[in-house]
Design a protein around this ligand. Structure first.
Ligand SMILES: Nc1ncnc2c1ncn2[C@@H]1O[C@H](COP(=O)(O)OP(=O)(O)OP(=O)(O)O)[C@@H](O)[C@H]1O
Length: 576
């Protein structure tokens, strides 16, 4: 009986003990969770104070990645580039990005640029990063000044053109709207101005073949390509024509060149050109440049005016993916399509300089047609700076920008380690996952000792890409989807040009006809006028009017057809 009564008591004690232990565990968990929450809040506040209001977990993951890889960064050195130099420049996070709680998702550890795309697993809670790394001639981080960017990628080209000998040098700024192209090119232009005149003053630097203030003039021409039109930004936005002569030389008919004799004159022209440029506000940039702006600096022989060398500074229009333009009106849509067509052609043309592409499709766009000699000349050198926004909401764009830049010079990246490097896969991923919620990231299996830095870079670049990766606008395959629309836009611009020219011609002819009619009326009211002659002349005038109206109607019909086609195709694309 006594033993029986003990059992329930023991069991009750055990149960009580279990409950007490569970409560203690729960309390411990509560304390731990509170500590985690507190630590998270403190980290958030620290991030906020440091100007990083974005997602604290993603920020933490990016920080971990940087800590693991920062020792792979190399010092910048002069790249002895033969023909092409490709760089990336990251700008700092801006107020707009902070306001939408973007975090910094790009790391530039020269010569590598890595985009950390924030991802959620299917459970909707677990966070992880996809890292896309690319290697360039230079990777400039947000703390690098434009002076330094200039020194490595543009200064060698200034020296090259000052040496004369038919040199053709081109500096391109390429990137998403708002990523810093105009900011970078603006300052580069100022430095070019100073350097050119300093070099030209030093007459002995390049010998007789080279350019000096004594034997050469330095003149500037600035124009933009916008909406199928080429407009002179230094001469009342006059419309210009690109022509190719019998020898295949491209001539921009009507373009005015202005001689500059010192940096101040040069910069005044740049300023004027900049003010006249076509801009619109876009989501990403309040003053987005919608045109390609080309500033050409031409060195000519003082005695015979012969062109000795040329430097082109090209601030490209912001690259936008098709998806971003879905809600745009026709003007903005066609604008974007034209920009994309020219950027695709540009990529192929630059690749041809280095022998990466057999095909030089310079006729595919006005931009590449105008820059033909930058691609086909034996004395051509090119520098491309890909500017990127660091915001996490731009990560897809940034990957596209880097991929575009990467494809320009795949295989022969100027080597930051002092020897020629082998081809790296242009786009590879390393994963760095937090699960569930937040967990330590898994580092790539890299040897981190200094002597193995290059191996480590290889590992980053060649790590397996086991996640899906969406091919974006500038990939070969997806660009096919846009070809028909892009062609239609080009046809639309051509028809528009023909219609406007025809319309103008008719206005002139109409004015002449009115004068003729006035004269006819005056004649018929005179003495002894032959009414048969009057009827004959009037009949000719009326016939001519009919012809003119019918011709105009026909041109208008062709233009309207293209408008309709563009509307239908872009509707189809919006549905995709
Ligand atoms: N490296 C940088 N450091 C500080 N601010 C920058 C930097 N790059 C760009 N910015 C700022 O970012 C904003 C957008 O830059 P910018 O107008 O040069 O972009 P963009 O690429 O030319 O854009 P779009 O294609 O729309 O013309 C500007 O306010 C500019 O001052």
């Amino acid at each position: 009986m006594g033993r029986k009564s003990l059992l329930p008591t023991n069991s009750a004690d055990a149960t009580r003990l279990r409950i007490e232990r569970m409560e203690a565990d729960r309390e411990q968990r509560r304390i731990r969770q509170k500590e985690v929450r507190l630590a998270r809040t403190q980290e958030e506040q620290r991030n906020l104070l440091a100007g990083n209001p974005g997602d604290v977990d993603f920020i933490g993951l990016v920080r971990e990645w940087r800590q693991e890889h920062e020792r792979l960064a190399q010092p910048h050195g002069d790249v002895d580039f033969e023909k092409i130099c490709v760089c990336v420049r990251k700008r700092p996070l801006n107020e707009k990005e902070r306001a939408k709680r973007d975090h910094d998702s790009v790391t530039c550890l020269h010569p590598m640029a890595t985009v950390h795309s924030a991802k959620l697993r299917v459970d909707g809670i677990s966070k992880y990063l996809d890292h896309n790394s690319f290697r360039f001639d230079h990777a400039f981080d947000e703390e690098t000044s434009t002076e330094e960017v200039y020194r490595y990628m543009a200064k060698p080209l200034v020296d090259w053109v000052c040496g004369g000998r038919g040199a053709r040098a081109t500096v391109f700024a390429y990137g998403q709207t708002g990523s810093g192209k105009t900011y970078t090119m603006g300052r580069i232009q100022q430095m070019v101005a100073d350097d050119i005149f300093e070099t030209l003053s030093n007459n002995t630097l390049f010998g007789d073949e080279g350019c000096s203030l004594e034997n050469s003039t330095c003149s500037v021409a600035i124009f933009e390509i916008y909406g199928g039109r080429i407009q002179d930004l230094l001469n009342k936005r006059n419309r210009l024509k690109v022509l190719e002569d019998a020898k295949g030389e491209v001539v921009i008919s009507g373009l005015e060149e202005f001689e500059a004799t010192n940096p101040a004159e040069f910069l005044a022209m740049i300023e004027k050109g900049h003010t006249n440029r076509t801009t619109h506000a876009t989501e990403a940039n309040d003053v987005s440049s919608r045109s390609h702006a080309i500033c050409q600096i031409l060195f000519r022989d003082r005695t015979n005016g012969r062109l000795k060398s040329k430097l082109s500074l090209v601030d490209l229009a912001g690259s936008e993916r098709g998806t971003d333009t879905k809600s745009h009106n026709r003007q903005r849509r066609t604008e974007s399509s034209e920009i994309n067509t020219s950027l695709l052609a540009l990529k192929e043309c630059i690749r041809a300089i280095d022998g990466k592409s057999q095909h030089v499709p310079y006729r595919q766009s006005k931009l590449t047609q105008i820059l033909k000699d930058s691609f086909v000349s034996r004395h051509a050198r090119t520098a491309m700076i890909a500017t990127v926004s660091p915001g996490s909401s731009s990560a897809d764009h940034t990957v596209n920008t880097l991929r575009y830049a990467d494809r320009i010079k795949e295989n022969s990246v100027g080597d930051a380690f002092g020897k020629t490097s082998k081809r790296r896969s242009p786009m590879k991923q390393v994963q760095n996952k937090k699960s569930p919620g937040v967990s330590k990231s898994s580092p790539p299996k890299a040897k981190l000792e200094d002597e193995h830095i290059e191996d480590s870079l290889d590992l980053i670049l060649n790590a397996s890409d086991d996640d899906e990766y969406t091919e974006e606008y500038f990939s070969e395959e997806s660009s096919q989807k846009f070809t028909e629309l892009d062609e239609t836009v080009q046809n639309l611009y051509d028809e528009q040009e023909k219609l406007l020219n025809h319309h103008m011609k008719i206005i002139h002819e109409s004015a002449e006809l009115i004068m003729e009619e006035n004269k006819l009326l005056a004649d018929v009211q005179g003495d002894n006028y032959d009414v048969d002659d009057y009827a004959l002349r009037l009949s000719k005038i009326v016939d001519r009017r009919f012809e003119m109206v019918n011709g105009l109607r026909e041109r208008l019909g062709l233009f309207q057809e293209q408008l309709k086609k563009e509307e239908e195709l872009s509707k189809m694309q919006r549905r995709l």
